[in-house]
Design a protein around this ligand. Sequence first.
Ligand code: AQP
Length: 342
Amino acid sequence: MSEANFQPRVFSGIQPSGNLTLGNYLGALRRFVDMQNDENPALYCIVDLHAITVWQEPDALAMATRELTAAYVACGIDPERSILFNQSQVPAHSQLAWIFNCVARIGWINRMTQFKDKAGKNRENASLGLYAYPALMAADILVYHATHVPVGEDQKQHVELTRDIAAKFNHDFGLDFFPMPEPVIEGAATRVMSLRDGTKKMSKSDPSDMSRINMTDDADAIAQKIRKARTDPEALPSELKGLDDRPEARNLVNIYAALAGTQPQDVLTEYGGQQFSTFKPALADLAVEHLSPIAGRMSELMADPAEIDRILAQGADRAAEIAEPIIDRTYEITGMILKRKS
Ligand code: AQP
């Protein structure tokens, strides 16, 4: 039954669907850097096919794809050590997604909370792609036989569905062909919340720019957004328990801890009993200290779009080299005749 001996391999992706946020940075990008691996290069993808599940202006999409590439590099992803590429340049993603559309059950997809959140009340008018998004995400991961997927908390359900798809495929065809990938969700800020509503995730597509810190915000914008972030009138507590029922306060403490590389309790030990009028400027300084050099490096990289396109093309070639034998074997397992390649 066993066909493959799965080596540890990291895959993750981010949508080029607008301004990258502090949530994307703390929940994903920053952690990708630590997971780079020389022996088995990690794959980091700009998932442009996912982005078009909601409307994207073509020029803005191309721009966002280059900007996201620049962000990856500015945060410390080395395009020689890791494989950095945009999804649409490797057709194997779409090929495997179709197979997985035929493996995943409608009942499974109906349970996905992201579709419900994004389609909202206007579900009948959402794209079929938005509904089928999780099967494409499963393909993104499994077309490389990836075993570890660093993501924020919001993506955990999709990685679990990926495991269900892999298990059903393996069971249906009687082979141990796809691995069971693990979500890797770590750190103090696996779910960064909106600055306007501590019960809602910070998101690139939130209509309110004040709800998020963008990776390209300048020091003044960051300070202003943190100063105006919604909070309550109480001082910060000294113990974590005191953050129960205070989602906005908890969010700012978690962000501080993640940026400082400490634990939320350490932040409360330092700031317990202090007002937000003291804590917010300290948080703003910390955020600026982290984000300003990244924004600066991003704009330098953006000045040379041809170099960005070269990085993406080189990454796509390396990604395709891994994906093509896996998609060919998948076709063979499912009974497709492939005679044009020999
Ligand atoms: N608020 C967040 N806190 C922690 N992690 C987050 N991520 C996103 N938002 C937060 C993580 O970032 C990675 C890339 O996410 P994505 O761009 O593919 O899609 P998303 O999760 O839907 O992110 P956004 O910002 O909300 O995008 P839009 O608005 O376009 O839908 C993932 O690992 C995610 O967990």
